[in-house]
Design a protein around this ligand. Structure first.
Ligand code: SAJ
Length: 426
């Protein structure tokens, strides 16, 4: 089984590093993306996203001629689809978010015209159970001259598998190589061909299963983490009520040999853990009770932190009766969705900071050491340095445990610490 040309559809946080990894093994890779800006940037040997080591890899792959980006699919021996799978917006608070597979559908319809007998199509996007089979239906509808595994099983012209990505943002290049891969073929031959493809650069084990189990495995990993974080977040709110330091409590409980409680925080962000559990809940709403509750607990945490900030402002005004809210300076430390990255998308810290800008009449500073300018998604306009904020704020709202914040401490004012590094209390 040899793959002379590999095509990756969707050149985002997963697709571009994956394309670059194949290209680094001296295989011709055609990256496809609908975003002309991304395509132009990559073809200059540059990158449009932030991920350590990716810039060097992409630059080498493009200058050596192994990677090119285009906006329309071209023939290849294997196609990897790594497009977003968001959910549709909900109308009322009780609605269960429903997955939106339109990007997968568009990708399938875009590659269908260039498919040929013997090609392999892999869905990498995190998907609800059944999405790979649905993708196979879309491909078959577009190409009645070819056979597919849903009708021809081991004898199909086209092989199809689901192989979910499992890499951690910030460590993508290392984890792409080292992590084990779940390979869910629609037939054994589909799985075997997919394993041959990933073995080009994966050093971890490629473990074979079927497509539905592979889909559920990925959703299970992220739901498990969401449930564990929800447990920590729930504990933090219970401890606050009972006047117990949750950080001390967790460190004590974690001394038990079989207990490993995660860290509470301002909520759960990013594009995966706050989204994927809904793919299980939407399929089995009556059964996925813990998974649904965990989502609700984590989604409620930003509001809880905002309430703590309101109380801190009111406490500050009570002890400083000559001041009004207009004279009170609040600083939000950290806007990213987790420590030591610059990614502000789906960030609970950003949504809390936005709410504070809305509710507070005085100055609101933001400190985010990983960005140089404030994004449009942030309603405030004062990005200041850490040392300035520490000196000149009345209320310090610690939202992300970036490394720059660890060995420092405000000298004055009230602290609301959602990550337990400054006052070990919230
Ligand atoms: N968080 C906490 N407390 C913790 C750990 C995390 O509040 O103890 C918060 C973070 O601050 C962040 C959110 O959870 O807001 C998610 O961060 P994360 O580091 O847990 O995960 P992601 O979203 O960066 O990446 C996850 C990973 N999944 C698992 O660890 C099971 C990664 O391996 C997946 O590939 C990725 O989702 C994905 O793409 O699905």
């Amino acid at each position: 089984m040899s793959f002379k040309i590999i095509s990756v559809i969707g050149l985002g946080y997963i697709g571009l590093p994956t394309a670059a990894m194949f290209a680094s093994r001296k295989i011709k890779v055609i990256g496809v993306d609908v975003n002309q800006h991304a395509v132009d940037t990559i073809n200059r040997g540059e990158i449009h996203i932030v991920e350590p080591e990716l810039d060097i890899l992409v630059h080498a792959a493009v200058t050596e001629g192994y990677l090119k980006a285009v906006t329309r699919p071209e023939p290849a021996d294997a196609f990897l689809i790594a497009v977003p799978t968001p959910f549709y917006p909900t109308i009322s608070a009780d609605d269960i978010p429903q997955p939106n597979l339109s990007y997968i559908e568009s990708a399938a319809k875009a590659i269908a015209p260039v498919l040929k007998k013997g090609d392999l199509v892999i869905l990498e996007s995190t998907s609800p159970v059944g999405a790979t089979e649905q993708m196979a239906v879309w491909l078959a509808e577009a190409r009645s001259d070819l056979t597919f595994p849903q009708t021809h099983n081991e004898e199909s012209d086209i092989r199809i598998a689901h192989c979910p990505e499992r890499v951690l943002p910030g460590h993508v290049i290392r984890e792409l190589v080292e992590n084990d891969r779940v390979i869910g073929g629609m037939s054994s031959k589909c799985s075997e061909q997919a394993i041959a493809l990933y073995k080009i650069f994966v050093a971890g084990e490629c473990v074979m299963t079927n497509a539905r189990t592979a889909e559920m495995a990925k959703l299970t990993e992220n739901s498990c983490r969401d449930v564990q974080i929800a447990f920590a977040n729930e504990l933090s709110m219970i401890c606050d009520e009972l006047d117990i330091d949750v950080w001390e409590l967790i460190s004590l409980a974690n001394r038990h040999p079989r207990i490993n409680i995660l860290k509470p925080g301002p909520g759960v962000g990013g594009h995966c853990i706050a989204v994927d559990p809904w793919f299980i809940v939407s399929k089995t709403p009556e059964l996925a009770r813990i998974i649904k509750t965990a989502r609700e607990v984590n989604d409620s945490k930003p509001e809880w932190v905002i309430n703590k900030v309101k109380i801190a402002i009111s406490d500050f005004l009570q002890s400083n009766p000559t001041k009004t809210a207009k004279n009170v300076t609040v600083t939000c430390y950290g806007l990213a969705f987790k420590p030591d990255i610059d990614d502000l998308r789906e960030s609970p810290a950003l949504s809390i900071a936005n709410e504070i800008v809305k509710l507070h009449k005085g100055t609101v500073f933001a400190v985010e050491p990983n960005i140089e300018s404030l994004p449009h998604s942030y309603a405030g306009n004062k990005l200041v340095t850490l040392s300035n904020a520490l000196k000149s704020s009345d209320i310090h709202v610690l939202l992300v445990d970036h490394k720059q914040f660890l060995n420092t401490h405000p000298t004055y004012g009230i602290i609301v610490d959602a990550k337990g590094i400054w006052n070990n209390s919230k």
